[in-house]
Design a protein around this ligand. Sequence first.
Ligand code: C2E
Ligand code: CA
Ligand code: CA
Ligand code: CA
Length: 279
Amino acid sequence: AKAAGRSTHYFFTDDLDKAVQESLLIESELRVALREYQFQLFYQPQIDLKTGKLFGFEALIRWNHPERGMVSPAIFIPVAEQSGLIVELGEWVLAEASMFIARLNHRYNENYTVAVNLSARQFKDKSVAKVIKSSIINARIKPEWLDIEITESMLMGDINEALHQLDDIKALGVQMSIDDFGTGYSSLSYLKKFPVDTLKVDRAFIKDIPDDTDDMAISDAIIALAHKLNMKVIAEGVETAEHVEFLVQNHCQIGQGYLFSQPIDEESLYKFIDNSTKP
Ligand code: C2E
Ligand code: CA
Ligand code: CA
Ligand code: CA
């Protein structure tokens, strides 16, 4: 316990040590988890806001830890990034999601898209396009069923390098989305050069609608910008009927959020589809 009277300095070092130890522990547990298949993908539905029809899903990783229970990706993805384990983990995610897409679209004879998150480290990796390609080939899926999500911040820095990577990935025929749009500082003038199909409006701009008029102005502007550049828009964090109303009024086609469903496992997802398509 932290005794009273200790200087802030010690206090700080203690906490820092703890944080370092914690992340080293997570790192070694991540290695075990990869070997022992403790990871699982959950999928969150994306809904066409006008028709209510299912558009696709986003794959979100879950770590089912034998003692800790479900560990949030917000905790272990950063550790996986720092340690480099994200490359192996990311390959697993791509392979797993691709096999899921094959099962899903054959089961329903549909063309649902499934979005997969790429981490910054994966995106920088020169072989990422090859990795994506082998997932597609192994699972025998149409490339356009796969949607690769990168965040706006990955497009900052060396723009030409980023463009090169994007072009290599896009050449596979997959779809590409910019995640958390509006939270980074990428230059808008480059946006038209990026081979991107979809902008995802960050939850931060959606959550206080209709109370926050600034957020409404920003969301509206992002939607308009996307459409002018011939891109689709997906709003994240859709939680209320008011959110939907605002988004439909402002011509945002697709929404994703707890109003429709939390991320769910494959079995629950088939039930979700079966229930929503019942006559
Ligand atoms: P993200 O890509 O922005 O994913 C959206 C997050 O918002 C997910 O959290 C999702 O469960 C949550 N969410 C969805 N709808 C709502 C809503 O209506 N309200 C609220 N409050 N939250 C909502 P999750 O699954 O905990 O993932 C957190 C982050 O971890 C993701 O943010 C993404 O950056 C990262 N992540 C998840 N899976 C992967 C993965 O397979 N690879 C990589 N590289 N990163 C991943
Ligand atoms: Ca995402
Ligand atoms: Ca996001
Ligand atoms: Ca986010």
